[in-house]
Design a protein around this ligand. Structure first.
Ligand code: COA
Length: 327
């Protein structure tokens, strides 16, 4: 499987635990059984123990060795409720309300990460992105020094040479209409994430305009964001605003932005908003034959990731490795 050797090696040196919020989902159980067969990542499955075991038996997956935690019977629930109320005290959450909220596996699992019981969390096989991400935003919050949590996708497809073509795209899943300053932060975080996947980032701020060829508020937003990003990350090749063809085609780049270090060779793409980003990565995935890994949350003070509800067990397995390795 693509590029996971380094991540697995890292986890073998420093094994982690990962909590799965949907403990009785067959795709989670299949991924958990594969993880259990190796020794670098221990799954914690949330749910009623009998139900999780019955689901595993029915779907034929061996989950012996997995920790199963039933939120309804958790022995440290009082401690968890107290911490939850403390974390949400600005919202005036009562212990009764906290108890009800924590009966949801998404909130309960996120608190396990907050309490250090688990190193990482992977959810979203049945929860929506918003319901998986919101508890993390509320309880784990942004990393010190960051102002926003965002996300990127890593896109991978084999080249004729046998190597992989690897790209990063952001923000395709969290921030609906990021500001200039948020785009700058998203670019920096995405470039860092791209490096982990072996990409030497060349960052393009995408638009329907290249170097002022078109006019509009979003054109200005992308041009200004690129300029601010260049000032903030002088070591990174960054350019924009530019159209996608100028970003990836050396021939078009020659005409539309001659002299650019990025144009024609971009591999890290910053989209103006979530519409462009989400549609863009899915076109690459569905029509460009790229495998898409993500959304990988960036800027979060903890390691939590979201699955697509259409995911399969292999995607769960690979996202579990990514999520734990980034913990
Ligand atoms: C991420 C998302 C769910 C947050 O929405 P929300 O829960 O309605 O957001 P709210 O404004 O109510 O904020 C909830 C909390 O998260 C925080 N928050 C929201 N967005 C944040 C961000 N991008 N970074 C950091 N914190 C954020 C808020 O400050 C708030 O904190 P508080 O409760 O401590 O005051 C929302 O931006 C969203 O729906 N994004 C699109 C998701 C999606 O559909 N993606 C496509 C499929 S992959």
């Amino acid at each position: 499987m693509f590029g996971f050797g380094d991540m697995i090696a890292k986890l073998k040196k420093d094994p982690k635990t990962i909590v799965f919020t949907e403990g009785s989902d067959p795709r989670i159980l299949e991924a958990a059984s594969r993880l259990l067969a190796s020794s670098f990542l221990t799954p914690i499955l949330l749910g009623n123990e009998d139900e999780v075991n019955a689901a595993a038996e029915e779907s034929g997956y061996n989950i012996r060795g997995a920790q199963i935690i039933d939120p309804a019977k958790y022995e440290k629930l009082d401690e968890m409720i107290e911490l939850f109320c403390e974390l949400r005290k600005s919202k005036g959450v009562t212990p009764e309300e906290a108890k009800k909220i924590l009966s949801g596996a998404n909130y309960f699992g996120t608190m396990l990460v907050k309490m250090g019981v688990a190193d990482a969390l992977l959810g979203g096989a049945t929860y929506s992105t918003a319901d998986t991400v919101r508890p993390a935003l509320q309880l784990l919050k942004t990393k010190p020094g960051n102002s926003v949590v965002s996300s990127c996708f890593i896109l991978v497809r084999p080249k004729a040479t046998g190597e992989n073509e690897v790209l990063a795209m952001a923000d395709c899943a969290i921030n609906i209409d990021p500001t200039e300053d948020e785009l700058v932060e998203i670019a920096g975080e995405t470039a860092e994430c791209a490096k982990i996947f072996g990409v030497d980032p060349k960052v393009a701020f995408l638009s329907y305009s290249t170097g002022g060829s078109g006019k509009g508020e979003t054109v200005d937003k992308m041009r200004n964001a690129a300029e601010k990003a260049r000032a903030k990350y002088p070591e990174l090749p960054i350019d924009g605003e530019m159209q996608f063809d100028a970003a990836v085609s050396p021939r078009v780049a020659k005409t539309k932005c001659p002299g650019s270090e990025v144009a024609g060779h971009a591999n890290t793409f910053i989209f103006p908003d979530i519409n462009a980003g989400n549609i863009g990565y899915k076109i690459a995935q569905r029509m460009g034959n790229f495998d898409a890994y993500g959304p990988i949350l960036l800027g979060l003070n903890g390691s939590v990731n979201d699955l697509s509800r259409g995911c399969n067990a292999i995607e769960v397995y690979s996202m579990a490795i990514i999520t734990a390795a980034l913990a």
